[in-house]
Write a protein that binds this ligand. Structure first.
Ligand code: 13P
Ligand code: SF4
Length: 313
């Protein structure tokens, strides 16, 4: 339940968004109160598609930098705002144009497939992008059989298992929020909650994914819950914010967050950086605007457009 002050600020945000012809997009990991003031809540792929089709004059992206950059690349003529400039991503930071250049030079015959959790510059150096929702289809769609997959090694390993016919070399990056979860912790939780359905994000480690009943993107988790009408208890192995959407969509079911270690939940500090106050200030002052050079936009857009042309899994 929102407090009065939060209710007031939420009303002001919605009013300002209308006045400024802005669309507010929020990732599934945002806090519940930020999700509530947004026009669309979704996963990386869904939000990219929304950003591409919107007629709004301005996009306020409640998520992290790489997502706001993706929106800008797909909408170079629109103003794209990231309400909190500290909202980065450790996984995106694990690969730089220099490290990609060094690594790819060792594999001159391979085609670079880059997870959208990466900078605009890295996207610009890649043949095609993917998200957790379409990674398998994207890799299958690449004409070459030799792939360099960047930057997430867990997602890469999961894709590799499903596309054994291709030679896939994987970069050594990870999301520390997901990578902290280990199979012994999940085994203990499953023992405590017999019969619970386990749904995991493919950024989790391979030993964790082996214990999962369903593996999918964040928004994919909503349809996977619906696939199990008989179950009323679910263990969710992804960032904590996802539980807000799941509990809202399925109020009669119980969702338990998988735990990385005692007292250390799967919480992404970057995703939790954005507050209602940040969104309000962002709209009022039109800050922090995303700017990317024309040449990076052109090249990164090619790899994003190739991805968007691939039919969904
Ligand atoms: P989704 O693409 O599944 O929304 O995941 C994004 C992300 O940052 C996962 O950590
Ligand atoms: Fe990046 Fe991990 Fe946070 Fe997703 S959960 S935004 S991959 S640090």
């Amino acid at each position: 339940m929102l407090t009065l002050q939060k209710e007031e600020i939420s009303v002001k945000i919605r009013h300002l968004a209308r006045e400024k012809e802005a669309i507010i997009l929020a990732h599934n990991y945002q806090t519940g109160e930020v999700q509530e003031i947004s026009d669309v809540v979704g996963d990386s792929l869904g939000l990219s598609l929304e950003a591409k089709k919107t007629n709004a004059r301005m996009i306020v992206f409640c998520g992290v930098l790489f997502m706001a950059e993706t929106a800008k690349i797909l909408n170079p003529d629109k103003k794209v705002l990231l309400p909190n400039s500290a909202a980065g991503c450790s996984l995106a930071n694990s690969i730089t144009p220099e490290s990609l250049d060094d690594w790819s030079q060792k594999y001159p015959e391979h085609t670079v497939v880059t997870y959208v959790n990466s900078s605009a510059e890295v996207k610009a150096m890649s043949y095609i992008c993917c998200t957790s929702a379409n990674a398998v289809s994207v890799v299958k769609s690449v004409p070459s059989n030799k792939i360099l997959f960047t930057p997430d090694r867990n997602l890469g390993a999961w894709v590799k298992k499903q596309v054994p016919e291709k030679e896939i070399v994987i970069y050594d990056g990870d999301c520390p929020v997901h990578d902290v979860l280990r199979s012994p912790d999940l085994v203990k939780l499953k023992e405590r909650l017999p019969g619970a359905v386990v749904i995991a994000h493919p950024e989790c480690r391979e030993d964790v994914l082996q214990l999962a009943d369903e593996i999918c993107s964040t928004t994919g988790m909503i349809s996977r819950v619906a696939k199990h009408p008989e179950a009323d208890l679910f263990i969710i192995a992804t960032e904590e914010g996802m539980l807000y959407q799941l509990r809202k969509k399925f109020p009669d079911k119980e969702f338990v967050l998988a735990d990385g270690c005692i007292g250390c939940k799967l919480l992404c500090p970057y995703m939790k950086a954005t507050t209602l106050e940040d969104v309000y200030r962002s709209l009022t002052e039109e800050r922090h605007e995303i700017t990317i050079s024309d040449s990076i936009i052109r090249d990164a857009r090619n790899s994003l457009e190739r991805m968007l042309a691939v039919p969904r899994d």
